[in-house]
Design a protein around this ligand. Structure first.
Ligand code: LUZ
Ligand code: MOS
Length: 749
């Protein structure tokens, strides 16, 4: 179990806003654009500056370094200078004695704009050639020739919406000064090094003068992979200029307005099947709504391409991805990182094809599951036949025929209530698709009392990575887990961190921690060998805190061992590195082996739609998931259930809406609905695939963070299938999320 939860329920866990306030701390508020696109004609700060308690107002011209925070593409300023490109774009940093005064001051700033046309629709942006980067195509086989062999060809257009991260802890940071013009930042970030690098660039100081410390995050979901940087760097800028500690915590409403969300996609597809239901060809074009700047959009779009075929083997594929620049806050990483968007399109295509053939989608899905000796269309070989194994195990364990019969019987007897069923197989690639990011390090100290301190690059954000690393270190040494403390993530202990992202936090950092543990353990055992005068032929091991020689207990227990080793000047610390082996991707041909492995699973979903009201309930989601050898059953189950419900929210309820002029309309929890206990499935069953191992995961485990979110896609199709039962033959084309309003309108118009 994640032992942090005990502190959470007692209110003892510290988040950025809970740290004791340093003497002289100044409070910051961001003044941001109120229009989606335009030139700044003039700004007048006079009235704001006259407010008692105002300390300073900082703008772009006060930045000592480069006003540039773009990661992948250098197209993003920290503070807008002459032009604004979305509502909520930071223009000035207000510093005051209290946050109330800073808030008041923001209302006294007078600004004049020359408004320009705002584009919020990705296809419109594409027509105007407003692109983040040139379109990108992944291809395999011979798509143009393949159509001729197809018995059925279906074309269509589908849309999926954005999603607000709604982490419980809003974005924020505290900046304080260190000697010689340095800065220390306490930040709620998934990527301490991104904060460090960017702060150094903005302040024009070397990275070694910026220390970033991260204790834990109150949720992130990708929303703090890139977009935590802005606020930390603004706090750093403020502190650097006024020479006082600065605290910047976004209010919920500022956070909603200023930060990007999951990317909405609008996509065109064409799918071709043989007479025996093999998918022979699939062509797809994704229009990604990137928002005003690149942020992580190019990487997210690329992951959409990798997951275009979900868990299926398709011989002829052409997938084109277009990142469209719009006047919305920059959309960003969100659990699944473009993968869910890609999978939704292929599932929609399969369901449309099934509809035209008057069969169930699962007949097509099952026929085309990727299996051993197949390759993904980007060149990587399928790991094994886990996609098929999970599907078959789900059929057996949950008795698919019985489930289908229950639903058919129910639908015969009911006219206004209809049940719908769906199967959702998933397949998600594990590794950052930028191969170089797949590296991590760990620093372990054994103290003279036998207690152990562990630092890694992993950021705890509620996902339980600290607990997993504790288990990993405890098992590697064979010591009691209570001896181990996981330290906050800190850039002075662990340098050049990759973001805790891509579901890979426990894999990468856990493997690094194993390497560091093994280094120390070897030194300790070599020391005992020497003390006892053992030969090469004697076996030695540490088992449950006792040293065994030739399988016999010795007097050396852990504390004695550590104590004696210290007096004999044995190094009790180790820094170690891990990088994922065997991964590469050639971007000239878009082929390679980008992932260490894939995570597979299958979900059965049943939903009941009230066809008079458009409302629905999810009766159950029953899942077989491949966890590998789970390090912590409860943590993994929690991630699977949480991911599923978050995916259901994206597919059913959560509707991010902007006005035509780029203003966020769903800007509170009364207009943006996230799943609660009533909208969650009445039954969630998650069964672990047994006998699964994974040579790339620490202790043979598999990554868990993102993949289960994609089971939520099944709920969309279960609801749709119920609607089809009520209106057979009706051609539904419902954009996701499939909200009760849309269900009602589509049943009756
Ligand atoms: N972040 C990233 C990610 O930079 N690269 C990835 O491939 C990725 N995948 C999932 C989530 N975050
Ligand atoms: Mo992410 S979408 O921060 O793994």
């Amino acid at each position: 179990m994640n032992s942090d939860v005990i502190k959470h329920v007692r209110g003892e866990s510290l988040f950025v806003n809970d740290f004791p306030i340093l003497e002289g701390t100044v409070f910051a508020k961001i003044f941001s654009s109120s229009i989606a696109h335009g030139k700044i004609i003039s700004i007048n700060f006079e009235k704001a500056l006259q407010l008692p308690g105002i300390i300073s107002i900082i703008t772009a011209k006060d930045i000592p370094g480069e006003n540039q925070i773009g990661g992948i593409i250098q197209d993003e300023s920290l503070l807008a200078e002459n032009e604004v490109n979305f509502i909520g774009e930071p223009i000035a940093l207000i510093l005051a004695k209290t946050s109330e005064i800073a808030n008041k001051a923001s209302k006294l700033i007078e600004i004049e704009y020359k408004e320009l046309e705002a584009v919020v629709d990705p296809r419109k942006a594409f027509e105007k050639n407003l692109l983040i980067m040139p379109p990108k195509t992944f291809e395999s086989g011979k798509i143009d020739e393949a159509w001729a062999a197809c018995e059925t060809i279906i074309e269509g257009k589908v849309e999926s919406g954005g999603q607000e991260h709604l982490y419980l802890e809003t974005q924020g940071a505290i900046a304080s000064l260190t000697e010689d013009g340095g800065i220390k930042l306490i930040s709620s970030t998934q990527s301490p090094t991104a904060v460090q690098r960017t702060a150094a660039r903005i302040l024009n100081i070397p990275m070694n003068k910026v220390e970033v410390d991260v204790l834990r995050l109150g949720g992130a979901f990708g929303g703090k992979e890139d977009q935590a940087t802005h606020w930390a760097v603004l706090a750093a800028l403020g502190a650097h200029i006024i020479k006082k500690p600065v605290k910047l915590i976004l209010s919920r409403i500022d956070d909603l307005f200023m930060t990007g969300k999951r990317h909405p996609y609008s996509s065109d597809y064409k799918i071709g099947l043989s007479s025996d239901l093999k998918i022979l060809a699939y062509e797809v074009t994704y229009y990604q709504n990137a928002g005003a700047v690149a942020d992580l959009s190019p990487a997210i779009l690329e992951r959409t391409l990798f997951h275009a075929t979900n868990a299926y083997y398709i011989p002829n594929v052409k997938a084109t991805a277009i990142s469209c620049r719009t006047n919305l806050p920059p959309n960003t990483a969100f659990r699944g990182f473009g993968g869910p968007q890609g999978k939704f399109v292929i599932e929609a295509a399969i369901h449309k094809a099934a509809e035209s053939l008057t069969i169930t989608a699962s007949e097509i899905q099952k026929k085309n599951l990727i299996t051993e000796n197949d390759s993904f269309y980007y060149g990587q070989k399928a790991d094994d036949s886990k996609a098929v194994i999970c599907w078959k195990k789900a059929e057996e364990k949950y008795q698919i025929n019985k489930l289908k019969k229950e639903i058919a019987d129910f639908n015969k007897e009911n006219h206004l209530l209809k049940k719908g069923f769906s199967v959702m197989p998933i397949c998600f690639g594990i590794s950052f698709t930028s191969s170089f990011l797949n590296q991590a390090s760990a620093l372990i100290h054994i103290y003279t009392d036998g207690s152990i301190g562990v630092s890694t690059a992993a950021v705890e954000m509620g996902q339980g990575v600290n607990e997993k690393i504790k288990s990993i270190v405890a098992k590697t040494f064979s010591v009691n887990i209570n001896r181990i403390k996981i330290e906050p993530t800190n850039t002075t202990r662990i340098a050049n961190t990759s973001a805790t992202a891509a579901s890979s936090g426990a894999d990468l950092n856990g493997n690094a921690a194993i390497n560091a543990s093994k280094n120390i353990l070897k030194r300790l055992l070599d020391f005992v060998r020497n003390e006892l005068g053992l030969t090469k032929n004697d076996s030695i091991e540490l088992k449950e805190e006792v040293v065994y020689v030739n399988n016999r207990k010795t007097e050396f227990d852990w504390e004695m061992l550590v104590g004696k080793a210290y007096f004999n000047r044995i190094n009790l610390s180790s820094h170690a590195f891990y990088s994922t082996p065997e991964i590469y991707f050639d971007r000239n041909i878009n082929k390679g082996n980008p992932f260490a492995y894939h995570v597979y699973g299958t979900a059965f979903t049943c939903a009941t739609v009230d066809c008079l009201r458009g409302t629905y309930e999810i009766d159950y989601v029953k899942i077989i998931h491949d966890f590998g050898k789970s390090i912590d059953y409860k943590i993994d189950l929690g991630q699977a259930e949480g991911g599923l419900v978050q995916g259901i929210g994206w597919m059913t309820l959560e509707e991010v809406r902007y006005s035509d002029s780029g203003k966020l309309l769903s800007n509170s929890l009364s207009t943006y609905k996230i799943p609660d206990i009533y909208s969650a499935p009445k039954i969630i069953e998650v069964d672990f695939l047994s006998d699964s191992e994974n040579r790339f995961g620490p202790l043979k485990s598999k990554a868990i963070g993102e993949p289960p979110l994609m089971y939520g896609i099944g709920v969309y199709f279960a609801i749709l299938n119920a609607m089809k039962d009520f209106r057979p033959g009706k051609n539904f084309n419902i954009s996701a999320p499939i909200t009760p309003e849309k269900v009602l309108m589509s049943l009756y118009n």
